[in-house]
Design a protein around this ligand. Structure first.
Ligand code: IPD
Length: 291
């Protein structure tokens, strides 16, 4: 049917490619703008919003009953619930209406530009991340590095791909001390201070740390083995929905702490041999890291 994971992935890839093209195109305009009239941050925000609007409008045409959760506009329910595309309102309500209206309970989760600081600086690590959730589970996901055009895709049970190439199941290192670990920092100062303390404890136990600046791409890096593992506290669903599925389909364990699902509290992504030692170190350091 039209809502199989494979069909949803096909839609996601088409929309994400258009979104990536828009992000690339708007970057040139954004830079020109910075010099004349607006602050850098405003410009980036405008690009984020424009890309998100484009995807929401396309989804409204293609799949009017589905819900959408986007970074910039929040939750937008399907059209039969009476809310306009892009209107931000209560998360739970939007989710329910989106599910009911869609019949198939499909909700799209979108980060229009993941890695906005890289986008601003022209560092080629910013991405469009789009996932489809059905019955509360992520079933399809695409991440496109908008600067390079590299694409990662997965649908539930279908394996993970970089472009046309299927990613082999990750093996990775067997010791935490040989593990190259990616992470990221939120924008909130209090959270950053905590993240700094956790990192200070971890850096002596691992091979090294990387901070590339786009969570979705970090998860794809773990999927293809260019990073051994990744963790971050404070990630939102749009940061990890698509990349998390891609990593899982490549054999990576993606979870929160103490058996919780990956979420705001923590997202840990690591191959099976490394997951538990990294998880245990993070439990210890997270607790010791204070508020
Ligand atoms: C951010 C990036 C960054 C991560 C932050 C995210 P954004 O997303 O993924 O790597 O460390 O937590 O908020 O704001 O660029 O879409």
């Amino acid at each position: 049917g039209a809502s199989t994971p494979g069909a949803l992935l096909e839609i996601a890839v088409g929309l994400a490619r258009e979104a990536a093209a828009t992000a690339r195109r708007l970057r040139a305009e954004a830079i020109a703008d910075v010099e004349t009239k607006s602050t850098a941050t405003d410009v980036v925000t405008a690009a984020d919003k424009a890309v998100e609007r484009q995807v929401i409008e396309a989804l409204r045409r293609l799949r009017p009953g589905d819900g959408v959760l986007g970074e910039e506009y929040g939750e937008a329910a399907g059209e039969t619930s009476g809310s306009a595309a892009g209107e931000k309102h209560g998360g739970a309500a939007g989710e329910e209406h989106g599910a009911a209206a869609g019949g198939g309970a499909v909700r799209w989760i979108l980060d229009p530009i993941d890695g906005t600081v890289n986008y601003l600086y022209g560092l080629p690590q910013y991405a469009v991340s789009l996932a489809a959730e059905a019955g509360g589970e992520v079933v399809a996901g695409v991440v496109i590095n908008a600067a390079t055009g590299d694409e990662w895709t997965a649908y539930l049970g279908g394996g993970a791909y970089r472009g046309e190439r299927r990613l082999r199941k990750v093996t990775g290192p067997v010791e935490l001390s040989q593990t190259l670990v990616g992470t990221g920092f939120g924008y909130d100062a209090r959270r950053r201070a905590h993240q700094g303390r956790v990192l200070a404890g971890l850096i002596t136990r691992v091979r090294d740390i990387r901070r590339f600046g786009a969570a979705a791409l970090d998860l794809c890096a773990v999927a293809e083995g260019t990073l051994d593992a990744y963790f971050e506290k404070g990630l939102n669903p749009w940061d990890h929905a698509a990349g998390g599925l891609i990593a899982r389909e490549a054999g990576v364990i993606v979870a929160g702490l103490d058996g919780a699902p990956p979420g705001l509290d923590m997202v840990v992504a690591a191959p099976p041999a490394i997951f538990q030692p990294l998880h245990d170190a993070l439990v210890e350091l997270d607790a010791a890291g204070g508020p």
